[in-house]
Design a binder for this molecule. Sequence first.
Ligand code: BG6
Ligand code: MG
Length: 213
Amino acid sequence: SFKAVIFDLDGVIADTAVVHHAAWKKLADEIGLPFDDAVGERLKGVDRRASLEILLENATRSYSEAEKDALATRKNDYYRQQIEHFGPENLLPGAREAVAATRRAGLKTALASASRNAPLLLERLGIAELFDYVVDAGNIRHAKPDPEIFLAAAAGLGLAPADCLGVEDAAAGVASIHAAGMAAVGIGQAQALAEADRLLPNIAAFDIGQFTT
Ligand code: BG6
Ligand code: MG
């Protein structure tokens, strides 16, 4: 049975998947790039720069590195403007209890977020103390679906990947968990998360008892 649960943050614990989505859409609209739900779904879980590259797949001209830096910064400014005002009310329903119950069951907890805003968000949400280990996204070289971030979380906990259960709302995240050699719980809709070992509609449905028998 599992010794730890490694949680994604955006869209699993924090109600921020929609905020990232809106910020990318605003940027795409401003620079005249198409943006629909299919593109939005592909951006989920993927780091800032890789997300921008996905957005620019539809561009009709090329962008310099300096222009890309500016666009990524612009998107982040839009995102930050929203989360500045965040507090515990922006936790997804049941999220705090899912993590707390995992700890009460004697398992360790870690956070594997691709977001460089994760430390700020954890403070705002008031849940920083619920995690035994938080991966520093700034130290990760390969974005999800690469396994690096989940492997770093397991290493930070001092556990083998097979002892860890990953929880994700993004297809790229589920792929990252599996590539790391872990079992994956998908949070959300079946069409986006077909590869997950278990699918739950939301984090409130996460019952650690189902994974510790
Ligand atoms: C992930 C989100 O958690 O973090 C993505 O799902 C986001 O939407 C990525 O692009 C990087 O976040 P940030 O805050 O560093 O731009
Ligand atoms: Mg996510």
